[in-house]
Design a binder for this molecule. Structure first.
Ligand SMILES: Nc1ncnc2c1ncn2[C@@H]1O[C@H](COP(=O)(O)OP(=O)(O)OP(=O)(O)O)[C@@H](O)[C@H]1O
Ligand SMILES: [Mg+2]
Length: 229
């Protein structure tokens, strides 16, 4: 199993409010699966993804990625494990503002301690794949939203992770670029990876084999889609 969530809950608390963002969610994704998560704004989709990605410790329940619990590791070991095993496309991209596109795409390779020539080779290939050849030396502020989104996608794939977690990766893309990204996600899953995708985009849902609807932090519905070719 590449991702196993057991009764995961996450609550945000401050002096004024308590938000039960994710409540008692259990989910399993195995090699080769492409799963889409949908649900209204604020229902906990991004929180669920961050929790699954080793970036936000749940208050209760357990997270296993490739049979390992990232939250049981030291912060350094967790960072290295995440770099090697998990690709993450953030809803707000989180590209490093002072690095070029190429450097941003190469960055996870450093964390995974791969050789620099191999990192560069893969980054050149991925920037080409996502139509960013002319933008390699631009900083993110000089890119369009769709270009930033594609750079974030290239970065997530750099270390050839097992699990890809993507938060609305087609939200800013035109038809052709969305198709490129979705076909890559399908291909990634087909090559024994696993994809958990958050989306409002019906084109993206059509590529998934399984759909989950979150409502108020809980799984409301699961379905078997027809998208798998
Ligand atoms: N860091 C935080 N501190 C406090 N509350 C938060 C925090 N992050 C999210 N929330 C709240 O938790 C709930 C779930 O947020 P989340 O970002 O997971 O929703 P979402 O389903 O991804 O929404 P969207 O579709 O708008 O991206 C929301 O009510 C949100 O206001
Ligand atoms: Mg979100």
């Amino acid at each position: 199993m590449l991702l196993q969530l057991d009764s995961v809950s996450k609550t945000y608390k401050d002096a004024h409010s308590t938000v039960h963002a994710v409540e008692d969610v259990s989910l399993q994704i195995s090699e080769g699966e492409f799963v889409a998560v949908q649900g209204p704004s604020g229902c906990g989709k991004s929180t669920l993804l961050l929790t699954a990605g080793g970036l936000l410790k749940p208050d209760a329940g357990s997270v296993k990625v490739n049979d390992q619990d990232p939250y049981a590791m030291t912060p350094d070991a967790r960072a290295e494990f995440r770099a090697q095993s998990i690709g993450f496309v953030f809803q707000q991209f989180h590209l490093v503002p002072y690095l070029s596109v190429l450097e941003n795409v190469m960055a996870p390779g450093m964390a995974a301690k791969s050789s620099i020539s191999e990192i560069r080779e893969r980054a050149l290939h991925l920037t080409e794949r996502f139509g960013l050849v002319d933008r390699r030396h631009h900083v993110p502020a000089k890119l369009s939203s769709g270009e930033r989104q594609r750079a974030a996608m290239a970065r997530a794939l750099l270390n050839q992770p097992k699990l890809l977690l993507a938060d609305e990766p087609t939200g800013n893309l035109d038809h052709q670029n969305a198709e490129t990204v979705l076909n890559d996600l399908s291909e990634f899953a087909a090559n024994n990876g696993a994809v958990l995708l958050v989306t409002h985009d019906e084109r993206a849902v059509a590529h998934a084999q399984r759909g989950i609807i979150l409502q108020d932090g809980k799984i409301a519905t699961t379905s078997i889609g027809s998208g798998a070719e």
